[in-house]
Design a protein around this ligand. Structure first.
Ligand code: UDX
Length: 433
């Protein structure tokens, strides 16, 4: 099938390459000419495992192109919308990129074609957009995307469920068209839920609200555990054996960040308030506050460990990305903590296997090191903030020979505490007494 994908960020670029790998003829459209240039030559503009290979093979195979000119997408039978919906200053979602994409598609749409929204939107948005697309002779579906960065390719080609939102509940023709697009995915037998537009929009934000709540729940337990000398990681293990609770997303530490969870819970709250049900989601404000307090706690702990002041103290920060296997530093707890240590007068050397360049763009003032050993040299305190495998596997004896003082904060409960303590380190973590 002829497919277009509007918006070539983490979501759209991966989606476009994945659709091409299923055998479709795909064009990715993005106004950012430099991004388009990189993608068109088969080079990923961001780090995502397995994406480089998928992109290069699809571009080389002639099934995938990228352009800044939306006219090149006019002949597509299916248009996917994967543009960003970033956070506005008031917490709500900025929909101007989405509006622009819909206006562009509506202006050039071939009659009978299908428009499929994948972007995360405030509930109620799709119904308004559906009117515009129908006026232009097309039909709209909402098909939320649940991909995780670091697993984007896997999650796109082997999702754990597929959700279709359709206007009339039983628009069989639209459903059949999207089934044809996803035939190579659906043949693996994952559940496919067909519902109305509003439910489809809600599935995405509700899923992210739940995940954020789960993380903040365990981080709240970490706050209590710290006071009573309990161990939040053992608590999470014990809780996780209850199949109703489950162990995943119960890792306490510096909390959640990234381009989705923080902005989605804020936008969800803002939308609920507009709809007159603000009280229903008031708890998400608490989820957000617990999450942000974890960042304060690291700065406080560092200050305590260094005797009350950070001024002039040498701190090595391991990790800048919001999670491992990503170069994304949007709302990254790690980058924010590193910046706050710097503001408090510390001499911070920061490193990350992939996120040094993305961090430099947002925070040019930090002293970045590409090689971990350079960041660690002479440090009086080491702080692990993103649990990349390379950091988890550091040898405490070896690291001990390069630093000035054996002090470490494990911001992700990712290091082997006993090994670090027996190598002589003053090991501190969040939620472990
Ligand atoms: C999330 C959702 O998981 C995904 O389904 C949705 O499509 C987009 O948003 P992502 O932002 O890639 O995906 O990251 P995720 O793996 O959910 O992690 C989010 C944040 O939570 C990271 O900062 C991570 O470090 C943190 N986290 C995760 C914890 O602090 N503890 C955990 O137990 C799990």
């Amino acid at each position: 099938m002829r497919i277009s994908v509007f918006g070539c960020g983490y979501l759209g670029a991966v989606h476009a390459a994945a659709m091409a790998s299923l055998g479709h003829d795909v064009v990715g459209v993005d106004p950012d000419a430099s991004k388009v240039g990189m993608l068109a030559s088969g080079r990923p503009p961001f780090y995502e495992p397995d994406f480089a290979e998928l992109l290069a093979s699809s571009v080389a195979g002639g099934r995938l192109r990228f352009t800044a000119d939306p006219a090149e997408a006019a002949s597509a039978e299916v248009h996917f919308i994967a543009v960003g919906t970033p956070q506005r200053d008031d917490g709500g979602a900025e929909l101007s990129y989405l509006e622009e994409a819909v206006a562009t598609i509506a202006a050039t749409l071939a009659p009978g074609s299908l428009v499929v929204g994948k972007s995360t939107v405030p509930v109620g948005t799709a119904a308004v957009l559906a009117d515009r697309i129908e006026e232009a002779g097309g039909r709209l579906m909402w098909n939320p995307e649940f991909l995780r960065e670091g697993f984007a390719v896997q999650d796109t080609l082997r999702p754990d469920r597929v959700v279709y939102g359709v206007r009339d509940g039983d628009d069989a023709e639209a459903v059949a068209m999207l089934d044809a697009v996803y035939a190579g995915v659906l043949s693996q037998g994952m559940p496919r839920i067909v519902t109305d537009l509003a439910t489809a929009e809600l599935v995405k934000v509700a899923a992210n609200a739940f995940l954020a709540t789960k993380i903040s729940f365990i981080n709240a337990m970490a706050e209590v555990a710290e006071v009573v000398g309990a161990d939040v990681t053992q608590l999470a293990d014990a809780l996780g054996h209850d199949a109703r609770i489950g162990r995943r997303f119960l890792n306490a530490g510096v909390g959640f960040g990234g381009g989705c969870l923080p902005k989605d819970i804020r936008a969800f709250r803002a939308r609920a308030a507009e709809l007159g049900v603000g009280d229903s989601l008031a708890f998400l404000g608490e989820v957000d506050r617990i999450n942000l307090r974890r960042r304060d706690r690291v700065v406080q702990l560092a200050t305590e460990m260094l005797g009350g002041s950070l001024a002039g103290r040498r701190i090595a920060v391991l990790g800048l990305a919001f999670k491992p296997d990503s170069d994304d530093v949007r709302d990254s707890p790690a980058l924010e903590i590193a910046s706050r240590l710097l503001e408090a007068g510390a001499r911070v050397t920061a490193t990350d296997p992939q996120a040094v360049e993305t961090s430099r763009t947002r925070q040019p003032a930090l002293d970045y090191r590409v090689v971990t050993a350079d960041a660690l040299a002479d440090a009086e305190l080491v702080i692990l903030l993103t649990e990349w495998r390379e950091f988890r596997e550091l040898d405490p004896e070896e690291v001990g020979r390069t630093v000035a003082e054996l002090r470490v904060i494990d911001g992700r409960n990712a290091l082997d505490r006993e090994a670090w303590r027996s190598a002589g380190w003053d090991y501190r973590a969040l939620g472990r007494g």
